[in-house]
Ligand binder design. Structure first.
Ligand SMILES: [Zn+2]
Length: 398
């Protein structure tokens, strides 16, 4: 009899165990499917941009470990649609919730940091991101945001410190930006006349990026100020080898060396040699300027004409007209109709030349009259290039 009772007890236990497992399985299934339905509904509401319905749904959905994901999605939606205050409130609420699982703390904190950045609360964002950095798995996500903040605030030292503290694998992807950060510091020191310290920064920049054109320009500028013209020209040569698109700026820097005391003949020979290797309009413009200063205007006109015939460019035509206008002015008293028309054309060309954008961002199309190393529009480094050699009229600002 005892054996029979034990048999029934055992059978009962198995049955109850099975029933519990069955219920748990179906609860999970139900739970999973209801979460999916909620996400689907949310996506539809996001798509319809129905803010009232989203708020209603959110209020009905208590914050719990099962609904964190949905709350995060709504927070992200608020930020993207410009409702940053709502996004901040929601993410702060999530972050302070007692049930927040440790593995998603970093994710929520990162979302809140993005909200702070969108609201311009950079100090708060920075403090939060530094805290997030303590969690190894979120470090790679927090770093770009921190660098963006330091870049906005021009805190170059802080940016360098934070990135160089990382392992080499992560630092690698920031080399080009780090080189520019060093150049920013070097430019600041050059402006203050602290040349030795500036040189150290430029060297550091080249350590990050050997081909950094900006560092070579800065070194050349520094050399010229110290009247070490050989080194200045060597660095400009490096620029031409690295990226001949900067020919116009190289020529300008050579002219700057002349203003610091470099002999015109030496400058001319350097530019002519550069032009033989890189037949760019920017260099011929520099050569013609020098020839004009040396009283060899006819040679300058011939060179500009020959270059234009080989490489017809709008900027070259305007340059030729401008050069002609300033060196061979036509006086209206002794000219006929033909010369008067020519004089008018030349004058208009001069006006266009002064209004033309010489630089353009290759990423976003932003146009400028002077060179920016960081595009003010799309915030990309080294994306702005001279367009004087651009063959099509549509690619320059008119
Ligand atoms: Zn741009």
């Amino acid at each position: 009899m005892d054996g029979l009772v034990q048999y029934f007890i055992l059978l009962g236990s198995v049955g109850i165990g099975y029933a519990i497992a069955y219920l748990q399985f179906n609860f999970k299934k139900f739970h999973y499917s209801s979460q999916e339905k909620l996400k689907e509904k949310l996506n539809l509401l996001f798509h319809l941009d129905d803010d009232r319905e989203i708020s209603k749904l959110l209020k009905s959905l208590e914050v719990s470990k099962d609904t964190f994901g949905i709350h995060l999605a709504v927070g992200g939606h608020y930020r993207k649609s410009g409702e940053v205050e709502k996004a901040i409130g929601l993410h702060q609420n999530l972050l302070g919730h007692p049930e927040i699982p440790s593995h998603i703390y970093g994710e929520v904190a990162l979302e809140l940091a993005k909200d702070y950045m969108a609201a311009g609360l950079l100090d708060r964002a920075e403090a939060l991101l530094l805290k997030i950095m303590e969690q190894k798995e979120y470090r790679a996500l927090a770093i770009p945001k921190l660098i963006d903040i330091y870049q906005q605030e021009k805190e170059w030292e802080k940016a360098l410190k934070i990135v160089t503290s990382l392992d080499a694998k992560l630092v690698g992807s920031y080399h080009s930006r780090l080189a520019h950060f060093c150049c920013e510091l070097a430019q600041f020191l050059i402006d203050r006349g602290e040349y030795y310290e500036a040189q150290q920064r430029i060297r550091a920049s080249l350590d990050f990026d050997k081909g950094c054109v900006r560092a070579a320009f800065l070194l050349s500028d520094l050399n010229a100020k110290l009247k070490d013209f050989n080194s200045a020209l060597t660095n400009l040569k490096k620029v031409m080898h690295a990226d001949e698109a900067y020919a116009f700026d190289v020529a300008n820097n050579v002219l700057q060396c002349v203003s610091f005391g470099l002999e015109r003949d030496v400058a001319l020979r350097f530019l002519q040699k550069m032009y033989n290797d890189h037949p760019k309009l920017g260099l011929i413009v520099g050569i013609s300027e020098l020839l004009g200063e040396m009283g060899r205007e006819r040679e300058a006109i011939d060179l500009l004409e020959n270059h234009l015939k080989a490489y017809p460019r709008l900027f070259g035509l305007l340059q030729l007209a401008g050069f002609f206008h300033s060196h061979f002015p036509l006086t209206t008293s002794k000219v006929g109709v033909n010369e008067r028309v020519l004089s008018d054309i030349v004058e208009v060309c001069g006006q266009i030349r002064s209004e033309i954008s010489l630089y353009k961002c290759l990423c976003c199309g932003f146009e400028a009259k002077s060179l920016y190393w960081l595009c003010p529009s799309c915030r990309v480094w080294s994306s702005i290039k001279p367009v004087v050699d651009t063959p099509l009229l549509s690619k320059v600002a008119l």
